[in-house]
Design a protein around this ligand. Structure first.
Ligand SMILES: [Zn+2]
Length: 246
């Protein structure tokens, strides 16, 4: 089942405000679609993000750059308890830890109690981040550009809403991402990603050369992409589905 872990309490590296980062403890797959660009359409709660937007100063920050102050305990159901309940709790009778939770909560600093959750960056944030040089390492640059790539493909997936990027912006982003992936040592390079970027960029011969060995190895997704590249198709496509799991 999908379950949240206690939120991490972070200090925003820009304004030092105390903010909360919600994370998942476990994940239940409600049925998802895998796409040729690596995007998996599922409940997107921003919980897999490594970049967030501070709810106080609205600036972006990498979670790795934020000081972790601790964990927020579960909020109690009541802010106070009658004297007899507190007395029983002191005597050891607090079966669901309700009184203990209230005491622990009241002991927290005020800014922890009223801390707001970090927001997930939207496509405009990602675009700005790329152009303001937030991709300070190859991993971070790839992270930003991969998510921009996904956002640029959303209209072709049938997602509603505005198309946030122009065609030249999408193309430039794919080229820059391809350069980042190709600069990696071969053992870290994702061949399927290279093949898909080449295909979406219309470089079909190169895409076929990259994808063919994987298709011949029996990788199902590579077979789909190889066929699309051979047909001169540049559109993102579905490569798999999972059913609701219990
Ligand atoms: Zn901030």
């Amino acid at each position: 089942m999908t379950r949240f872990a206690a939120p991490a309490v972070l200090a925003c590296p820009n304004c030092r405000c105390v903010v909360l980062h919600q994370r998942l403890a476990s994940w239940r797959d409600f049925g998802s679609v895998s796409w040729s660009d690596g995007y998996i359409s599922t409940l997107d709660m921003g919980t897999f993000s490594t970049l967030g937007r501070c709810p106080e100063c609205t600036r972006l920050f990498w979670f790795d750059d934020a000081e972790e102050l601790g964990w927020l305990p579960e909020q109690p159901v009541k802010s106070d308890w009658p004297g007899w309940r507190r007395f029983l709790a002191r005597m050891g009778f607090d079966p669901r830890q309700e009184v203990a939770k209230t005491i622990a909560w009241k002991a927290l600093p005020q800014e922890w109690q009223r801390a707001l959750r970090v927001e997930a960056p939207d496509v405009h944030d990602l675009h700005r981040a790329v152009h303001e040089g937030w991709g300070t390492t190859p991993e971070r640059a790839s992270y930003l550009r991969t998510r921009l790539w996904w956002a640029g493909n959303h209209p072709a997936r049938g997602h509603q809403g505005d198309d946030p990027l122009s065609d030249p912006e999408k193309r430039d982003n794919k080229q820059a991402l391809l350069a980042l992936v190709e600069a990696l040592p071969p053992e870290k390079r994702n061949a399927m990603m290279v093949g898909e970027l080449l295909r979406e960029l219309g470089r079909f011969e190169e895409a076929v050369a990259v994808l063919r060995p994987w298709a011949e190895e029996g990788v199902a997704a590579a077979r789909v992409l190889l066929e699309k590249a051979q047909a001169g198709d540049t559109l993102v496509c579905e490569i798999g589905r999972t059913q609701l799991s219990y």
